[in-house]
Design a protein around this ligand. Structure first.
Ligand code: NAD
Ligand code: DAU
Length: 350
């Protein structure tokens, strides 16, 4: 019997990881610690909330005392740390929040693990989930490898880079069994509609303008969220402490090409004439410090641990669009209230 702490399990990727672990490992006790910010939603976990090996704890990582108490009480064997402020645009409007959760929150977790595990680190693991954005921006050629030097540009990526450094420092200085994985852009069900794909699905559905930053030339490497959750499972069980693993989709898309594809698929699904949704495309002021291109070389993970993406992007995008069209209540619920205020602040007069 193992007790595993998953932080941020009510968010987008976290909810997929919690679901996978609860269903696949009935002999593990999964504790999901989440503050339930605007991005955290227990509706993401409705299908597993009654399972005997699952427990939800509402709490803020910034509260070091609460974290330590939880560790004393639960004596976790492993930690998969996903909780974070995750949206680049929000980090531009409010950087400090990102320092609290992403940096101080991570250090609080590291301290609790270090203190509780001190004489007994055998078989323990602190697994920190990070992003490819810490590597900065690529030109038109090349890929990020695990050796690429850190060069973050947004307050979000700077806070994630800082947290990655702390995790590695606790490994090197205190011998904490810890590892990091850095992943590319995820897409799929339960993603909050502030991120490109769900935002644009929602806007196309509602005939609202599609705000493309700059010229839409930026490139992202998209990965099906369930493939990321599978990678996390593989790395958690077979990854080596002290190592870093890059996770990516080998699936680069220029934003504007991806947006045109989404428009075509949505026209078909909504029974609109081809070309209708493309008319919603509106080029707006670019994101400050906008990284041009991300592309991940996940060869190490493939070679050493045998993971690779399972789904072709076109199929994943169809599935994702189908999910958002079939889950109108979920979408209506998360876009009510504060979302409208955020949307106005972010996009009006852009
Ligand atoms: P998300 O914003 O959907 O979810 C974040 C979760 O963390 C939410 O449930 C939120 O309530 C919780 N949280 C935030 N602050 C907290 C705090 N102080 N205490 C406790 N809980 C808190 O994020 P996501 O997109 O699922 O990303 C999860 C992780 O994966 C993050 O660490 C992110 O940096 C990383 N990541 C994301 C992507 C991506 O494409 N979304 C890609 C690579 C890495
Ligand atoms: O690369 C991994 C990262 O991917 C994660 O670490 C982040 O948590 C996640 O949010 C994501 O960051 P991006 O900034 O790449 O994702 P986002 O969906 O915000 O934007 C994708 C691209 O689309 C980016 O080039 C900006 C552009 N964009 C985004 C929005 C929200 C637009 O053109 N218009 C928009 O309205």
């Amino acid at each position: 019997m193992k007790t595993i702490l998953i932080t941020g399990g009510a968010g987008f990727i976290g909810s997929h990881v919690v679901r996978l672990f609860v269903n696949k490992y009935p002999d593990y006790q999964i504790v999901n610690l989440d503050k339930l910010t605007y991005a955290g939603n227990l509706a993401n976990l409705k299908d597993i909330e009654g399972k005997p090996n699952y427990e939800f704890v509402k709490g803020d990582l910034v509260d070091g005392g609460l974290i330590l108490k939880l560790f004393e009480e639960k004596q976790f064997d492993g930690i998969i740390h996903l909780a974070a402020e995750s949206h680049v645009d929000r980090s531009i409007s409010n950087p400090t929040e990102f320092v609290f959760t992403n940096v101080i929150g991570t250090v609080n977790l590291l301290n609790a693990a270090k203190n509780i595990w001190k004489d007994n680190i055998e078989d323990k693991l602190f697994y920190h989930i990070s992003t490819d954005e810490v590597y900065g921006s690529l030109g038109l050629e090349g890929m990020f490898t695990e050796e690429t030097a850190y060069d973050p540009h947004s307050p979000y990526s700077a806070s994630k880079a800082s947290s990655d450094h702390f995790v590695r420092a606790y490994h090197d200085t205190f011998g904490l069994p810890a590892l990091v994985s850095n992943c590319s852009n995820n897409y799929g069900s339960f993603q909050f509609p502030e991120k490109l794909i769900p935002l644009f699905i929602n806007n196309i559905k509602n005939n609202k303008p599609l705000p493309v930053y700059g010229k839409g030339e930026n490139v992202r490497d998209w990965l099906w969220v369930e493939d990321h959750a599978r990678a996390i499972d593989v790395i958690f069980h077979r990854g080596i402490a002290g190592e870093t693993y890059n996770v990516g989709g080998h699936n680069e898309w220029k934003n504007i090409d991806l947006i045109r594809l989404m428009c075509q698929v949505m026209d078909r699904k909504l029974g609109r004439e081809t070309g209708t949704s493309e008319k919603l495309i509106t080029f707006v002021k670019d994101r400050a410090g906008h990284d041009l291109r991300y592309a991940i070389d996940s060869g190490k993970l493939q070679k050493e641990l045998g993971w690779e993406p399972s789904l072709q992007f076109e199929e994943g995008l169809e599935k994702t669009i189908d999910w958002y069209l079939a889950n109108e209540d979920w979408l209506a619920n998360v876009t009510s209230g504060d979302y409208q205020k955020y949307y106005e602040e972010q996009y009006t007069k852009r």
